[in-house]
Design a protein. Structure first.
Length: 211
């Protein structure tokens, strides 16, 4: 059983299902210590904006506590999804909430671009698609390896729709040649590529610090 405070202000821990009560008490004590430190440094602690998320695989969801967690003088009810730095995390860590939010935002942006496409050159349209759509899918995609094929297909539908919009393609037109012309990897390869880039940057940074 372990409890830690991250550099971004989150308190997290892990334990066996049989030790959740003990971990819950440890978390409350850790929160009390953070609260005391903030008070001594003239910072305000806001329990009303604090969220609690219990994570476990889908097959163990029934073992997740449903009761409130003590946060200072208040009790916070666990939630099913939290948002941190723009990334949504589900209780079962399936990333379905994050994918749903990304897909919704991307198609909203595509509808806006489509409404003004007659006034845009292909170059300008491609710039807008990159800025308003592609970057949304790529943002923090290093947390997506291992997601289900269904979720991958939902993300791929964003790129397919974007490519069709850029080339004003018919619905019956094959999408793969358009993706190749845009030099866009398909979603699984794209996630793998960006994950490896992120890992390489972390390794390089650690080596640089050691040197």
């Amino acid at each position: 059983m372990l409890c830690r405070l991250s550099s971004t202000g989150q308190i997290y821990g892990f334990c066996d299902p049989s030790d959740v009560d003990a971990l819950q008490e440890i978390l409350s004590v850790c929160i009390d210590e953070v609260f005391s430190w903030m008070m001594s440094n003239r910072l305000q602690f806001n329990p009303s904006k604090t969220e609690v998320l219990w994570c476990s695989p889908a097959r163990r969801q029934h073992q997740i506590p449903t009761g409130p967690v003590r946060v200072g003088d208040t009790s916070v009810q666990p939630v099913r999804t939290v948002r941190d730095l723009g990334v949504y995390t589900d209780a079962d860590v399936a990333m379905s909430a994050h994918v749903a939010a990304v897909v919704k935002a991307c198609f909203a942006a595509l509808r806006q671009i489509r409404s003004v496409r007659r006034s845009l050159t292909r170059t300008n349209m491609l710039t807008l698609v990159h800025a308003l759509v592609v970057t949304k899918v790529d943002y923090c995609s290093s947390v997506l390896p291992g997601i289900s094929g269904q979720l991958l297909q939902r993300l791929q539908s964003v790129f397919n729709a974007a490519a069709s919009l850029v080339f004003s393609a018919r619905k019956s037109e094959h999408i793969t040649p358009l993706l190749r012309e845009l030099h866009w990897l398909k979603v699984p390869e794209r996630i793998q590529f960006r994950s490896e880039m992120t890992m390489g940057q972390r390794v390089t940074g650690q080596v640089g610090q050691q040197i």
